[in-house]
Design a protein around this ligand. Structure first.
Ligand code: C2E
Ligand code: MG
Ligand code: MG
Ligand code: MG
Length: 288
């Protein structure tokens, strides 16, 4: 479609760009209304100790639950929220909800010590982050060592304010730090050297490659995962495999001695009500 633009002749009117801009505006409106109408939720995905089969913790995954359009996945929302700055409000809201969920699940037998992992985007790393985080934990009586802050390399590449200082302050107060999507960025290894990382989360692309149809790929990824596992062990870091979708992947990871895992095969991200009901059903059986 061409649009006439005065004496400059014709200018390309790009319908794709136009609909992208509209899409963005729509998401901005969802975010704004979602904050005022309380549409944001913290879904929880269980993280398992692969040795014992027990639930070790939960990762909080943000969902915008639109009354007409249903659940919106976080990717688009986070991108727009980071551009507009609303990610801070959303992050705080989701964190409060997730901590409340953890407090509730902690009342179930066997879940007293489970932890909560939360994803934190670079723009949330202000100097006030530690204080606001601790205020929520105090309110719910949760000890800082039960909280894991999941960051990606994008966080560590950000330098304003000093992300390292914020991370070190939080780490010194007992919060744990996880490096998410490990192995997919540019300098994961150097981040392990310079930041107080307690947990390494192997990206789901590696887990998927464990069952690649190409045998050479399978062999190489096994060596890579084994190597990462050794590094994690030496650094006293916990290691979690993400994106476990099949029994075979689970078996492979166990045989390589990977300690923890999460994925659709083990448990999907779900509302706390569902998690609570399911755990109440399965816990008595798995503890005998
Ligand atoms: P992530 O932190 O790496 O989270 C893992 C993503 O993989 C989640 O997608 C989860 O639903 C999905 N997943 C879990 N198991 C499987 C599996 O077996 N197979 C496959 N294919 N996927 C699996 P989700 O919920 O769409 O979140 C996407 C990303 O959005 C997250 O990646 C995280 O970076 C970001 N995110 C989610 N919630 C928040 C939040 O509250 N704040 C911030 N800043 N970012 C968030
Ligand atoms: Mg994560
Ligand atoms: Mg990840
Ligand atoms: Mg990711």
């Amino acid at each position: 479609a061409r649009k006439h633009n005065g004496k400059n002749g014709t200018k390309l009117f790009d319908p794709v760009m136009a609909s992208l801009a509209q899409e963005r505006l729509k998401i901005e409106r969802y975010i704004e209304t979602g904050l005022s109408e309380d549409w944001f939720e913290a879904y929880l995905q269980p993280i398992f100790d692969l040795d014992s089969g027990r639930v070790a913790g939960f990762e909080a995954l943000m969902r915008l639950n639109h009354p007409d359009h249903g659940l919106l996945p976080p990717a688009d929302i986070i991108r727009v929220a980071e551009e507009t700055g609303s990610i801070k409000k959303i992050g705080a809201r989701v964190f409060e909800k997730a901590v409340a969920h953890l407090a509730r699940l902690s009342a179930l037998p066997g879940l007293e010590d489970t932890y909560l992992a939360v994803n934190v985007s670079p723009l949330q790393f202000s100097a006030e982050l530690p204080a606001t985080t601790f205020a929520v934990l105090m309110q719910w009586g949760i000890t800082p060592s039960r909280i894991v802050i999941e960051i990606t390399e994008a966080v560590l590449m950000h330098h304003s304010p000093d992300v390292r200082e914020v991370l070190e302050a939080m780490s010194a107060s007992g919060l744990k730090i996880a490096l998410d999507d490990f192995g997919t960025g540019y300098s994961s290894l150097s981040y392990l050297l310079h930041f107080p990382v307690d947990t390494i989360k192997i990206d789901q692309s590696f887990t998927r490659s464990l069952t690649d149809k190409d045998e050479a790929i399978r062999k190489r990824v096994r060596m890579l995962v084994t190597g990462i596992n050794t590094v994690a062990h030496e650094l006293h870091c916990r290691i979690i495999a993400e994106g476990i979708e099949t029994e075979e992947q689970l078996k492979e990871l166990r045989s390589m001695g990977v300690g923890f895992g999460q994925g659709f095969y083990l448990g999907r991200p779900q509302p706390v009500d569902t998690i609570e009901a399911e755990l109440q059903r399965t816990l008595p059986r798995s503890t005998v």
